[in-house]
Write a protein that binds this ligand. Structure first.
Ligand code: ADP
Ligand code: MG
Length: 250
């Protein structure tokens, strides 16, 4: 089977500091794949290179056979790749409903309609998405006033508004309580399954990683040092030495 996302020889430096070093990577349609590695390993940079938020110095990135190099983020979203950010990225003053509605309008490209149809635009699709992420009851609350965990759920609804086939989640449970973490993971799993999504995620909580990922790639100083099924990665001597071994992963 050919890869949904295919990356070859990707490099990125910031003022001489190499953040992404000759990364080659393949993601198959339908798989759930975790990128792990210590803080500063280059996980977020890697995502930014895929989504067009950063331009690689060198290398190739293709999605479903089309090259993404040089494409701006909004075009990459249109091809079917959506992401969440490590930091909350919602409109804090808009209601929960409006946040999702605006995302749908942006994706459908119907700004001109907003003035005519106003609040009813994409009403059903907005409600469906809020239902899907468990925020139906909070539709009229202000986005910025939600709990942290619920803001992350809202971000997920916003990401899904672009009808992605590939979803990139950058530390989806960062800053969450154990209970929020469990709920978020269950939610992501359900959505990935229900929508048949391919999922690429970074995560610092190893119990989440090993409980969820079908494949894992380990970044270390910008380089992928191991990639494979969880058991193989867990037992990889280099991974143990540079990463798992030094901090444990109970
Ligand atoms: P991770 O997400 O794994 O914690 P990042 O991709 O955020 O790692 O960062 C990798 C390295 O690249 C870090 O040393 C970080 O300081 C550096 N870096 C990331 N973005 C920039 C930038 N825009 N300018 C300069 N250095 C950066
Ligand atoms: Mg990061």
């Amino acid at each position: 089977m050919s890869a949904m996302l295919s990356i070859q020889g990707l490099w990125k430096s910031f003022a001489g500091f190499v953040a992404t070093r000759d990364v080659s990577f393949e993601l198959k349609a339908g798989e759930t794949h975790a990128i792990i590695g210590p803080n500063g390993a280059g996980k977020t940079t890697f995502f930014n290179l895929i989504t067009g938020h950063l331009k690689p110095d060198k290398g190739a990135v293709s999605f479903e056979g089309r090259t993404l190099i040089g494409m701006p983020p909004h075009k990459i979203v249109r091809l079917g790749i959506a992401r969440s950010f490590q930091r909350i990225n919602i409109y804090p003053r808009l209601s929960v409903f409006e946040n999702v509605q605006v995302a749908l309008i942006a994706h459908e490209g119907q700004q001109w309609n907003l003035l005519r149809v106003g609040r009813s635009l994409h009403r059903d699709a907005t409600r469906d998405l809020l239902e899907l992420v468990g925020l139906a009851a909070e539709a009229s609350e202000i986005g910025g006033e939600l709990s942290y965990g619920k803001q992350k759920q809202l971000e997920l609804a916003i990401a899904l508004a672009s009808k992605p086939r590939l979803l990139l989640l950058d530390e989806p449970t960062a800053g969450m309580s154990p209970q929020e973490t469990g709920e978020t993971i269950a939610l992501v799993r359900d959505i990935v399954k229900a929508r048949g999504l391919t999922l690429l995620f970074t995560e610092h909580d190893m119990s989440v990683v090993f409980g969820m990922a079908e494949r894992i790639s380990v970044l270390h100083h910008g380089e992928i040092i191991a990639s494979g099924e969880p058991d193989a990665v867990r037992n990889d001597p280099e991974v143990r030495r540079v990463y798992l071994g030094e901090q444990g992963h109970g």
